[in-house]
Design a protein around this ligand. Structure first.
Ligand code: TRP
Ligand code: ZN
Length: 898
């Protein structure tokens, strides 16, 4: 099939071969100029003696080649598509010099891969295959080299010149130019190369590690943003300390830099010693950033820092192993954030939030046309595989390993992993083997080959549970049966190893002692059972009354649990479960059940009042519960998202789901009005701002209460709470409270929202990240009679809008297409037409951003008519283009094949 990039071959994991050459050293010299940058690349190479002699084929993309020298002499070469092929290289395995001189065009680089210009500064992004846009190279992660980099640029325009490693020399040059020379003491794959040049300032911090070494930490931003760097720096210091304390991994560099840019395709990048970040994950002060921003910054700073070991010191052999570094590093950043919370209930809140992301984003991916194993077998464009499956499901796979070997066992496994593989490019198998070998007596070691099916089999397994109580025998028999739906190329699946956290609640709500048949005495709870067969039965003895099972506590495995709970049983779990995850989950199940009943038109749950009294009563109890913190209450009171409800249905009518969820929100708002007032009163004043879990939780609950009170007020015509909300919006001492008040007005559809939005824009017109929030709040507002699409089109005409800036494009277009189902899925198909136009428009400038947006229609085949046919038609329209990037081409052709 043809695309803009010509043929797009599928790359297969099974085809891996070691590189024909090694590149040992690289000396790069840049003459930085936005219009035309000159790159001199001097390498030393040698043949890989393990593979048959063959020509050297170097990757390159959108480069202008001026000169190729081998050992200082001109040489013949040819081009094979974009590959530079050298056939007449010295024989033998002695090392030789290769010098390549090219130019590239940073200011024209709208893909933001390779070397590009943002706000008059230079940045690079090389993962996964961006280095080939800078120079010809063996751009694959198993080729690791030592880098020396000299940057030359105009001194006034680019006073700061940064690259990986240590600054060894700097000085003046003629014509107002200057230079800086950097040496990275560690070998690295090309995807970890980085340079930055521009007018930047840094917050600096000197630290001494546990090991007694001194390090300089720097956070570089544009001059006006220094007052927003304290939290990122604190997060970095916490990250350094945490990796030493939990895993014994110390910082291996004298200098560690973070640089923020407002033009970035993803969240951040772990380049060795020179992390480059989207400003969204660096800049924060209480006036401009919300609690969510603060916690995202902490996670992402941690994530990139932790890559320094898991990703950089040990990297991936090939891109099929991406989860080796990403799954493991997400697991590590999740653990980091939990450990910083300290307190058990805040940890549980973090866990619930992580699982919510997995279930609302990864489960649909695993059930759709882009479903792939954690270690994929093939791809067309690797950028499309930076997915929630690789990241979040990958993290769950690592978490299951920790569950199976214990926390200390896992730390031992990590130690062995570094003993064996430090400095190498390895595979997911190598990682799993190390964890297992360090814990020879563990379930993981016993079950390793079967466990590794989590890497090879796509799809979300289902665990069906059935319980039978025998009053005479005083036994409770729980049968667990697993299955996994077919995915593309994998019609049948073998059983997984599934750790199942389990408890049985008695009538009082307390955990019962758990004694399996054959055990001499009960064992302490909670217990984790390891399901390995298609079906297994657990028989508990000495059970005096019929218990309520609490299954998959803590979400011990990334599976869908099916158990035919009665409402009464779920209410019992919601009121009593000692496991906070399952306590929350019980509430979610009740809400989903009501939504589905209402959609199906079942008696009892009417369209106007989908929720029953028992549920509302339970929610009131949660709101008033003295033993639960505000953050947990806010999670329990948050109804399952429209996306999550959609996944529970075989056929999806997004308008119906929206209507029922809005009806549930209104019902909670009116039935609990007095309770929301009480919740607001007790939680709205959190004193001097700090983004800690306790006060964030209180702000979140107060914000939710305001939304609910505004919804109730809009329904009743009352003016008091909307007025109070507007006042709160004006007086707020921090962005969290201010934005929550604004969102309450917008989300309830109150007329005061218009004025508040105008005022908000005026207040923050120079704060790009706040303006992104302003755009996305409007693009995600609840659809009322089809009003959102016209509003979105109007937003795109706003003078602050630009499709070129990924954050801004996402704040309007992706938010609308991927975060506002009812606004997007219109019976007149206008949302889909808008989508196809934006995908095509974006694809011409930034394929990665376009391909992500293209995934908005992944689940088209589940839609009810008329949505289904219209969505398919829109995808086909995009797929029919002959000028698509590999990225978008792969996404839409896979979608059509579904
Ligand atoms: N390795 C980065 C991370 O997870 C991801 C990343 C940043 C990325 N920028 C990218 C991946 C561009 C693909 C393309 O931390
Ligand atoms: Zn990562």
């Amino acid at each position: 099939m043809l695309s803009r990039e010509g043929n797009s071959p599928t790359i297969h994991r099974a085809d891996y071969v070691a590189p024909a050459y090694w590149i040992d050293t690289v000396e790069l010299c840049f003459d930085l100029d936005p219009a035309k940058t000159r790159v001199l690349n001097k390498m030393t190479l040698r043949r890989n003696a393990d593979v048959p002699p063959q020509p050297l084929k170097l990757h390159g993309e959108e480069l202008n080649l001026a000169r190729v020298l081998v050992n200082g002499q001109g040489t013949s070469f040819k081009m094979e598509g974009e590959l530079l092929v050298l056939e007449n290289l010295p024989e033998g395995t002695e090392s030789f010099d290769l010098e390549i001189f090219t130019t590239c065009f940073p200011v024209k680089n709208t893909k933001l891969m390779g070397l590009y210009v943002s706000n008059d500064s230079f940045f690079t992004q090389c993962e996964a295959e961006g280095f080939r846009r800078i120079t010809y190279f063996l751009d694959r992660p198993d080729v690791m080299a030592s880098y020396t980099v000299t940057l030359r640029a105009d001194k006034a325009k680019y006073p700061v010149l940064l690259s990986n490693g240590n600054l060894v020399e700097q000085g003046e040059l003629a014509e107002g130019r200057h230079f800086a020379k950097w040496v990275d003491p560690h070998k690295k794959p090309a995807y970890l190369f980085a340079l930055v040049a521009g007018q930047l300032v840094a917050r600096e911090q000197r630290i001494t590690s546990r090991a007694g070494k001194n390090h300089l930490l720097q956070v570089y931003v544009r001059p006006g943003d220094l007052d927003k760097t304290e939290h990122a720096m604190n997060s970095l210091m916490h990250s350094v300390a945490w990796d030493e304390a939990r895993f014994g991994l110390s910082l291996d560099l004298e200098r560690f830099m973070i640089v923020a840019t407002s033009d970035f395709n993803m969240g951040a990048m772990e380049n060795k010693g020179l992390n480059i970040f989207n400003t969204k994950y660096v800049l924060a002060n209480q006036a401009t950033a919300t609690d969510t921003d603060y916690s995202n910054i902490e996670s992402v700073v941690g994530h990139e820092y932790f890559h320094n070991w898991t990703g950089n010191r040990i990297t991936c052999r090939d891109w099929f192993q991406l989860s080796l570094k990403e799954g493991l590093t997400v697991f590590r950043d999740q653990e980091f954030s939990q450990d910083l919370c300290g307190e058990a209930s805040a940890r549980a809140v973090k866990r619930i939030e992580d699982v919510r992301v997995l279930r609302t984003a990864q489960f649909p991916e695993d059930a759709g046309p882009m479903a792939h194993p954690v270690r994929p077998d093939s791809y067309i464009e690797i950028s499309n595989f930076y997915t929630v499956t690789i990241y979040e499901k990958g993290a769950e796979v690592v978490r299951m390993m920790q569950t199976l070997v214990g926390r200390d066992g896992f730390a031992k496994g990590m130690k062995l992993y570094f003993e064996r593989h430090d400095g190498q490019a390895v595979t997911c198998d190598d990682f799993a083997q190390a964890i297992a070998d360090a814990n020879p007596a563990s379930d993981l070691a016993r079950l390793l080959p079967q466990f590794k099916r989590w890497y090879s089999q796509a799809g979300t397994p289902r665990v069906h549970a059935e319980g039978v109580y025998d009053a005479v025998a005083r036994s409770y028999t729980l049968t667990l049966t697993q299955s996994c739906p077919p995915t593309t190329g994998q019609p049948t699946k073998e059983p997984f190893v599934i750790p199942v956290g389990l408890g049985l609640l008695g009538t009082s709500g307390k955990d019962l002692p758990l004694q399996l048949e054959g055990e001499a005495a009960p064992m302490a709870t909670p217990r984790t059972f390891v399901l390995t067969q298609a079906s297994e039965t657990l028989r508990f003895v000495n059970v005096d009354v019929e218990p309520v099972p609490s299954i998959l506590r803590g979400f011990t495995a990334p599976v869908v649990l099916e158990f035919d709970y009665s409402d009464a049983q779920l209410l019992h779990l919601l009121a009593n479960d000692s496991d906070p995850f399952n306590r929350w989950e019980a509430g979610q199940r009740l809400a989903v059940r009501s939504a589905i009943k209402s959609i199906a038109g079942d008696a009892g749950a009417t369209r106007a009042n989908p929720l029953n009294d028992a549920y509302i009563w339970a929610m009131r109890n949660v709101l008033h519960h003295p033993g639960l913190d505000a953050a947990f209450k806010e999670l329990v009171l948050t109804l399952p998202s429209e996306t999550y409800i959609a996944e529970q249905l075989a056929v999806v009518d997004p308008q119906q789901i929206h209507a029922v969820r809005e009806a549930m929100r209104l019902q909670l708002a009116t039935a609990l009005q007095a309770d929301w007032e009480a919740a607001y009163d007790t939680n709205h004043d959190t004193g001097a701002y700090t983004p800690d879990p306790l006060s964030s939780g209180r702000r979140a609950l107060a914000g939710m209460a305001l939304t609910q009170l505004c919804i109730a007020a809009v329904a009743s015509g009352d003016a008091v709470w909307p007025g109070k909300t507007l006042q709160r919006f004006k007086d707020a001492g921090n962005m969290t409270d201010r934005f929550n008040a604004l969102a309450a007005l917008v989300s309830s559809g109150h007329p005061l929202a218009t004025k508040a939005l105008q005022r908000f824009h005026a207040m923050f017109k120079d704060e790009a990240l706040v303006i992104d929030k302003w755009f996305s709040l409007q693009a995600s507002a609840p659809d009322r009679g089809g009003n959102i699409l016209p509003a979105v089109k109007q937003l795109m005409k706003h003078h602050d809008f630009s499709l070129r800036n990924p954050n801004r494009a996402r704040s309007v277009v992706s938010t609308y297409c991927q975060g506002n189902p009812a606004g997007f899925h219109r019976a007149d198909a206008a949302g889909y037409v808008f989508w196809s136009e934006r995908v095509i428009e974006l694809d011409a400038m930034n394929p990665q951003v376009a391909a992500r947006l293209a995934r908005a229609l992944d689940r088209w085949s589940k839609l009810a008519e008329p949505y289904r046919s219209a969505a398919r038609e829109a995808i086909a329209r995009v797929a029919a283009r002959t000028d698509l990037s590999k990225d978008t081409h792969e996404v839409v052709t896979r979608a059509l094949a579904d």
